[in-house]
Design a protein around this ligand. Structure first.
Ligand code: ADP
Ligand code: MN
Length: 515
């Protein structure tokens, strides 16, 4: 704080005569200045003066930093929407602060002026950096619970909340084009404001401005669709921002609603957006959002912990990352299946715990699960052989065991069976891989035997047919025991040689090792 600034502004701080503030330099030496040394030295005064100074220099920015829509005492942190706004505000602040610093540095005293209006419309609300995120999730509280939307009934959308929604759309969504800034301003690091390196040229600003216009229209569309969507009530703010970003980027046209709310995931339907040079977007997509709370994932440890593909990473991960690994696992497994030609959703993109894939079904109507569809006996038989074939392909070509195969995770679409839900799938040499396979076989056999398919193998025959193993036990208990013995043999091998068998051998030959 320089002395001139103090002298010029000090009279305003105290209740002096009007002429005094108008002409501080003309103050007679006899008049006692209302501002004591203590006042001048006070932190509060210093802050006020600084604020004043900044106000004069950067009126818009400072106004924005005050926050246009979080106004006071009764901030309702129970509202997802409000939390999202608060997140947004935090980014705003960091962004604007950086803007201020950068503006000073670039402009100095020159006449170059940049419209803050434009700056404020662009806003970095999402960063792809996953390391430094705020963890918004309280794991004791599950935002995906089915009863959540009713216990917080439409809050943020009607009544007091309606206000918020409107402002949210104008102010927050108005800035959404920032999500694309990274596309055309690589040196303009956006995101969380940490380590932000703001190097904006006029050219970039013009591009941003022009972009903002076209994004306005998208914003309107987003708003419109949002009103009809129940989707965003079911997801936490962070996920919602991810979903918004997918719409904002043009990858998705709209997210129409929720298809399924399960214990471990929520699945949404979306219409695909623009296909780009490097990405083909299906006309309809399914978005699987893995729950970011751990409640339901605790008992899934056994699938992933022993999967060597993930083993090294498992111990180092925090809960959020473990959940992302489920999404990642589903992506990898679907890709393997796709490559083998097994009918399954095609992966579009994976973003953190959100997996976008092609939609099995049509016009927003998902294909029915096998358990819900009534097939002719001919189709039933056809489905059975198809599944037998797919299980073999999965095992031999994809080196996978579904591990949750049942009529719940098979869809009937286009006259054939589609496999879904493969986040828990494991390789056959997983310590429990063969047990999982046996369970799958039991589900499939029972379903088709009950469904009247006379040709359906029993679970033991099916197991051998899929695995190529030749377990001869003629009853379930012995069969299971042999399976476990095989698994143990593999584990012992891992203990002794630090390496898994690449496959289980058939016909009692020595195991085939992967050297
Ligand atoms: P989970 O059972 O772990 O909740 P799923 O992957 O089985 O997750 O998905 C739940 C439900 O969502 C499925 O039973 C199915 O009805 C629907 N679904 C999932 N993926 C798709 C998809 N790609 N196309 C159409 N419907 C899907
Ligand atoms: Mn499922």
């Amino acid at each position: 704080m320089d002395s001139v600034g103090v002298a010029a502004a000090a009279p305003d701080a105290g209740p002096g005569p009007a002429w005094q503030s108008k002409c501080p330099w003309g103050a007679p030496s006899t008049t006692s200045i209302s501002c004591s040394l203590a006042d001048v030295m006070s932190e509060q005064l210093a802050k006020e003066l600084q604020l004043e100074e900044e106000n004069a220099a950067f009126p818009d920015v400072v106004a924005a930093a005050e926050g246009p829509f979080i106004t006071g005492e009764d901030i309702d942190t129970s509202s997802d929407l409000m939390l999202a706004q608060m997140l947004q505000m935090e980014f705003d602040r960091e962004y604007d602060a950086q803007l201020r610093r950068e503006e000073k540095k670039i402009n100095g005293d020159s006449k170059v002026s940049i419209s803050f209006e434009n700056y404020r419309k662009v806003h970095p609300y999402d960063s792809d950096s996953s390391e430094d995120e705020v963890d918004w999730q309280d794991t004791r509280h599950d935002p995906y619970r089915a009863d959540k939307p009713t216990t917080t009934p439409r809050r943020g959308f009607i009544g007091k909340g309606k206000d918020i929604t409107t402002k949210h759309d104008e102010v927050v969504c108005g800035r959404k084009n920032t999500a694309r800034m990274e596309n055309f301003a690589p040196e303009f690091q956006v995101g969380d404001g940490i380590g932000m390196d703001l190097k904006l040229s006029n050219q970039v600003f013009n591009a941003l401005k022009q972009h903002a216009y076209s994004e306005e229209r998208r914003s309107a569309r987003l708003h419109e669709k949002k009103e009809h969507s129940t989707a965003e009530k079911a997801v936490d703010p962070k996920t919602r921002l991810l979903l918004y970003k997918m719409v904002n980027s043009g990858m998705l046209e709209t997210i129409t609603g929720c298809i399924s709310t399960g214990k471990e995931s929520v699945v949404f339907h979306a219409y695909g957006g623009n296909t780009t040079e490097d990405k083909v977007i299906p006309p309809e997509c399914a978005i699987k959002v893995f729950k970011t709370t751990l409640n339901e994932f605790k008992n899934r440890d056994k699938y992933i912990k022993d999967d060597y593909r993930f083993k090294d990473r498992f111990s180092k991960l925090n809960p959020r990352k473990i959940i992302r690994m489920w999404a990642e696992k589903e992506m990898h497994n679907l890709t393997r299946m796709q490559n083998a030609g097994i009918p399954c959703p095609q992966v579009v993109i994976l973003k953190k715990h959100v997996l976008v894939m092609s939609f099995i079904g049509q016009d927003q109507v998902p294909a029915p699960k096998l358990k819900d569809v009534t097939l002719s006996s001919e189709d039933m038989k056809k489905a059975y052989y198809q599944i037998l074939n797919m299980m073999q392909q999965l095992y031999r070509e994809c080196n996978l065991v579904h591990a949750d195969l049942s009529e719940y995770n098979m869809l009937w679409h286009d006259g054939k069976v589609w496999l879904i839900d493969v986040s828990q799938s494991v390789e056959p040499t997983h310590p429990h891989g063969l047990e999982f396979l046996f369970r799958d076989c039991r589900n499939v056999s029972q379903f088709f035997q009950k469904g009247g398919v006379a040709e359906a193998l029993n679970e033991r025959e099916l197991f051998n047919a899929v695995s190529g193993l030749n377990i001869t036990a003629d009853n379930e208990v012995d069969f299971q025991a042999e399976i476990e013995a095989l698994e143990k043999m593999n584990e012992d091998h891992v203990q002794n040689h630090g390496k898994k068998l690449s496959t289980f051998s058939s016909d009692g030959d020595p195991p085939i090792y992967d050297e």
